[in-house]
Design a protein around this ligand. Structure first.
Ligand code: NDP
Length: 364
């Protein structure tokens, strides 16, 4: 399938466009950029014809281009809704980066407008297509070490230059929480399959640091799930890169460190071995996460099925993010409606390849 990449920033240039080289079912056929010269340079690098370079004004003309099956939106967060709706109206399916939007309302509009146009919408939650996370989900759901009691995660970094759009609330929607915290809001939900019923939150916004004039720095929160599983997480913009996930069960703890990076995801399992504790480490075969998710979307479009992470998955994350912000502002506990069905916002699970690069632990 042909893909138009919308917004040629850091993620597009360093991960997504190189990822096409590893994809089996998609190729980049169009580019959308506000900078013509950059668009031309990248087009010649990836063999995209000049006639397929668009800008944000003539974007709607994609409707006349049969070489584009879906758009991949890689713009600042507050622009996701507008460019999703315009793409759907132009008759294109939409793969949209996380966070899906900057409000629940925008996220819901994206879903309804894609439905109205009869187009598929997938949110690019790359971890749900990653074999290390798929294995962790299996271990939780099959109660490999007993019923999970507690999950903890951290996703933080300290590398955004001052003044970047991520620090402007109108463009980003918030700070560390929607940008990097969303990874483990999502992970807590997909590991358990449940939806949280109680939320608490706290945030810092250092007054003496210009990066945090409009947005939060560190955000911490707790989610309580109906089965009793309790989860805590912390996202941050001012501490050294740290991205881990740890799941506590009666017979072992297990988790990933790093958990949310592009490469080298590694699983650790700690359990009793006689009187001591043993520690096992599992590595997974590397595969470009963006190639995997783009291939997945193209297969689901062809099959007429929902993606594993459709728009409804993003909407629910925004509801939880909203509850965390409310809890942080007002203090106390925010309650969310109970959902009895597991995986209620997700499409069918990803079929693992039976061997090789997309599947199974490569060793211990
Ligand atoms: P960048 O700032 O590097 O790139 C964004 C691009 O959007 C710009 O280069 C520009 O492209 C275009 N753009 C259009 N309007 C604006 C505007 N008003 N201000 C700034 N840029 C604008 O951002 P990233 O690539 O880091 O992030 C883009 C999206 O991808 C975000 O939603 C982010 O959350 C998500 N992301 C996801 C990751 C993942 O692992 N899944 C990792 C990193 C980011 P042009 O010059 O071509 O017009």
């Amino acid at each position: 399938m042909g893909v138009a990449v919308v917004g040629l920033g850091n993620l597009s240039l360093t991960q997504i466009l190189p990822g096409f080289g590893e994809a089996k079912h998609v190729k980049v056929t169009a580019l959308v950029s506000g900078e013509r010269e950059k668009g031309q340079a990248i087009a010649s690098q990836y063999g995209v014809p000049e006639k397929n370079i668009y800008d944000y004004k003539n974007y709607d003309q994609l409707k006349d281009n049969p070489e584009v099956d879906f758009v991949y939106i890689v713009l600042p967060n507050s622009l996701h809704a507008e460019y999703t709706v315009r793409a759907a109206k132009a008759g294109k399916h939409v793969l949209c980066e996380k966070p899906m939007a900057t409000s629940v309302k925008d996220a819901e509009t994206m879903v309804s407008e894609c439905q109205r146009a009869g187009k598929k919408l997938m949110i690019a939650y790359r971890m749900l297509y990653n074999s290390a996370h798929i294995e962790a989900i299996r271990m939780v759901r099959e109660k490999q070490f007993g019923e999970v009691r507690f999950i903890n995660a951290v996703n933080g970094q300290n590398d955004a230059p001052s003044g970047q759009w991520r620090q402007i609330k109108a463009l980003a929607g918030g700070g560390s929480l929607p940008d990097v915290g969303i990874y483990f809001v999502n992970a807590f939900r997909y590991l358990t399959g449940e939806e949280p019923i109680e939320v608490t939150g706290q945030m810092t916004q250092p007054k003496n640091d210009p990066r945090f004039r409009e947005i939060e720095d560190v955000s911490t929160f707790t989610l309580r799930f109906p089965s009793g599983v309790f989860a805590t997480g912390s996202a941050g913009y001012s501490y050294h890169e740290n991205r881990h996930l740890r799941i506590m069960a009666p017979d072992a703890w297990f988790g990933l460190d790093p958990a949310f990076s592009y490469d080298n995801l590694t699983m650790q399992i700690g359990r009793k071995a006689g009187k001591a504790n043993s520690m096992e480490e599992r590595r997974f075969s590397p595969k470009n996460q963006f190639a995997v998710e783009m291939d997945h979307f193209s297969e689901r479009i062809r099959a007429g099925k929902e993606a594993r992470t459709p728009g409804s998955e993003g909407v629910q994350d925004h509801r939880v993010l909203d509850a965390i912000y409310h809890a942080a502002a007002a203090g106390g506990v925010v309650k969310l409606p109970a959902v009895s069905q597991l995986d209620s916002t997700r499409g069918p699970a990803v079929e693992e390849e039976k061997s090789g690069s997309n599947g199974f632990p490569s060793g211990t």
